[in-house]
Design a protein around this ligand. Structure first.
Ligand SMILES: [Zn+2]
Length: 268
């Protein structure tokens, strides 16, 4: 049970694709690490019935139901049962809350492509396409969506926002989990920091009861790629802080299907 706050609660969820748990640290991902200090950061082992792919993992994270419910087993979402298991942005939007969906690079999250969109409804929907499958193009798309989302967070302060950044996963596929991958993770962490700074810069921030969640879908092999059950691939993670989350306290999430309930509970 969350303590009641003076005003309406707000939640920002940042989805960072394909960031290995063993990469997190005070130097490698300082903003995410600091968020963990303010609340918790914890590994989340992907359920054995869930392919370690973005489609099924994100679907479980944002709906709170597993593959048996949403029926998404790959990155083509065709045949999904999301109408029976809507994502948390759609649930909040249907409850009348102002929401934001801001996605970089991967169409089926936000657009009617490849069986999408995974997110059915949002008050405001932003998508920045990736011009080509290169690190420069992914970096540019993540940068654009971060700038756009930060501006909306400052001016509008939606009750629930989901911002998706894809450059780290792209780096893993293009170059393996080496220097390029670590550089992409640090750039992504700085973008997470900017989104957090945008929230904290709101004049009404102290009264708004913000919960911030940063979450990944799966990891990567050393050589790049995922889909199997290796520990570095099948270990995802969640970091979160906000009202009702005790700093340094127990992790409130040990499974991917516990993220959506945490998000919706934080909205009170
Ligand atoms: Zn991937």
């Amino acid at each position: 049970m969350l303590p009641s706050g003076p005003t309406l609660r707000h939640v920002l969820v940042v989805g960072v694709d394909g960031v290995r748990f063993d990469l997190l640290g005070p130097d490698t991902t300082p903003a995410i690490w600091a968020l963990g200090r303010d609340g918790f950061v914890a590994p989340v082992v992907i359920d054995a019935s869930t392919p370690t792919m973005s489609g099924p993992c994100w679907a479980t994270i944002v709906t709170g139901t597993g593959v048996a419910g949403h029926r998404i087993t790959g990155n083509d979402l065709t045949g999904h049962r999301l109408a029976d298991h809507p994502d948390f942005v759609t649930v909040a939007t249907r409850a009348g809350l102002p929401t934001l969906l801001a996605v970089s690079g991967w169409p089926p999250l936000a657009l009617p492509q490849d069986g999408g969109p995974m997110f059915a409804e949002a008050s405001r929907r932003e998508f920045v396409a990736v011009a080509e499958n290169s690190m420069a193009a992914w970096d540019e798309a993540d940068e654009s969506i971060t700038r756009l989302a930060a501006g909306i967070l400052v001016t509008d302060g939606p009750r629930l926002s989901f911002v998706y950044l894809g450059a780290v996963d792209a780096a893993g596929h293009l170059a393996g989990a080496g220097d390029v991958y670590r550089a992409a993770a640090l750039a992504t962490d700085r973008r997470v920091g900017r989104l957090l700074a945008a929230v904290r810069s709101r004049p009404s921030f102290a009264r708004e009861g913000w919960t911030v969640v940063v979450v990944t879908d799966h990891g990567h092999l050393d050589r790049g790629g995922h889909g199997g059950r290796e520990a570095e691939v099948a270990t995802a993670w969640v970091a979160a802080a906000g009202p009702g989350i005790v700093p340094g306290g127990p992790s409130l999430v040990t499974r991917q299907d516990q993220v959506a309930p945490l998000v919706l509970a934080a909205l009170d």
